[in-house]
Design a protein. Sequence first.
Length: 281
Amino acid sequence: MLALDNLFKTSRTLLAGTVLTATAFSAPVFAAEKVTELKHSVYVGGLFLGSIDTEIEQKDDSYSIETIANSSKTFDWAFRWTAKGKTVGLITDDKISPFLHRHESAWNDNRRTATMNYDTAGAVTVEKTGKESTDPNKYTPIDPDSTTNSVDPMSAILFVTNRMEAGEGCNAQVPIFDGRRVYDLKLTEIGEKLFNPSSYSVFEGTATGCKIEIVKKGGFKKNPDAVSQMNQDLIVWVAAPVEGGRVVPVRMQVDTDYGSVELHLERYSDGPVQLVSKNAN
């Protein structure tokens, strides 16, 4: 039972992590209004683990990003996990400024939400619901000043993608506050890789690899469990599925004790372009 419980914990951790990964490069700035829809599938040891749907709406001076993640119904007998996120913000002179971010998740019957509002000075206020630890020594402290001028995880999307669209690569370090944790998202470009056609993905061709690291600042467990201490390099491969299309995550793979975890782009909708993989769920 311990091994099974660790598998479920690993599944939840990986699904939560891939929500950020699946949207981490998905919304470059376009002059005209543009809507892009993505669907990524996640597999562990060849078994379908869950899916992540993303919708990006971009206008001249504003943006909106929404994500919905769900675990596979195959696991309903043991656990159910869902997560939803939405961010809206402004774009001014290449500066990305969120003014509202909301995230809600549910692990079986345990639900949590975080709603963040940003003022023009970069200060953040947070309203949270759900069970919180009463042990002051369980998590590392958060310096209130560290959240000022931070962005939510989804707004970090635009910052990184703008660099890539400008030909500056994915090398960047972005300060993030997700309502409970403060950290830097550190990205390092590692080169390119050729991907052959696959029934799991709509993408084939050359993609750029970006290694993702989390630089913890506050709000993290002081004594993390084995699942939280996974120290493997997390590399997401990004590219435009069609010429002139948006740069999006097309592949990720992480090896675990329970088998290889893979992220595939199974659907891509960008204006008149509609791509669907053969094995789409």
